[in-house]
Design a binder for this molecule. Structure first.
Ligand code: BTN
Length: 236
């Protein structure tokens, strides 16, 4: 990973760039943008991507059968470890956000191009608020690395650290993905059995987490189990 790194001053979205150009680049190619004008998050949300943040995508063209969520979990665990290493205590919020205390520092958007049933191209997009300003309207939900540490960070150095870690985790667990799932689960903010308060159809309700999977979570509310594909919890 990262043998080839493409730096772009400005682009719509690094994920879209790789979606359109994957056939020109080898597996492991990384695309970094200083600014994204159409940064995207999960569930069709926009991802605010001004100068100062770390916005990048990694191209994977797996030779063996692998689930796209493997790369999401690998990125989560790698980023979680890298941040710990630089003294920033953080947790993974299911399924693939990195939180510091109650605020989001980093989000991951993994997208897949299938060939029949087989994932032919997997694009793992990572957005980290580093030195960028957090817009006022997001300031109660999001945080930047420089706000946490009280100093600016070198984006290239941080990228290098993250790529080294992601590379290591992907290699280490490629033959034992279940072990990666265990590590990812251990590092999640919420665990199976936890009582949580979360947003359901616009209202906060209390529930208990019964089961955590890669793509869904099962929560018990009023004696009924619900399968959810995203989770807006009150983070405490
Ligand atoms: C989320 O939390 O919803 C995921 C956010 C992912 C943002 C990154 S920034 C680099 C890459 N390009 C995009 O358009 N999105 C991802």
């Amino acid at each position: 990973i990262g043998d080839k790194i493409i730096f772009l001053p400005i682009i719509g979205s690094t994920n879209d760039f790789l979606k359109e150009n994957f056939d020109k680049f080898p597996s492991g190619t990384v695309v970094v943008a200083e600014v994204q004008t159409k940064g995207r998050g999960r569930n069709n949300r926009t991802w605010v991507s001004p100068e100062g943040g770390l916005w990048f995508s990694i191209l994977f063209k797996p030779k063996k059968k692998v689930k796209p969520t493997f790369f999401t979990k690998a990125a989560c665990v790698a980023i979680n470890k890298a941040l710990n290493q630089i003294g920033v205590e953080n947790k993974i919020k299911w399924p693939n956000d990195i939180y510091v205390k109650a605020k989001k520092l980093c989000g991951i958007l993994t997208e897949t191009i299938f060939e029949g049933q087989h994932p032919k191209v997997i694009i793992c997009g990572i957005g980290i608020n580093v030195n960028n300003q957090i817009p006022e309207e997001l300031s109660d939900k999001a945080v930047s690395l420089s706000q946490i540490t009280g100093r600016p960070h070198d984006l290239k150095k941080l990228l290098k650290l993250l790529l080294t870690k992601i590379n290591y985790i992907v290699k280490k667990y490629s033959t034992k993905p279940e072990a990666l799932t265990r590590v990812w689960k251990e590092r999640l903010m919420q665990k199976e059995g936890d009582e949580i308060r979360f947003l359901l159809d616009g209202k906060f309700v209390n529930g208990k987490i019964l089961e955590i999977e890669d793509e869904f979570i099962v929560v018990e509310v009023d004696g009924k189990s619900l399968k959810l594909f995203s989770l807006d919890v009150i983070v405490t």
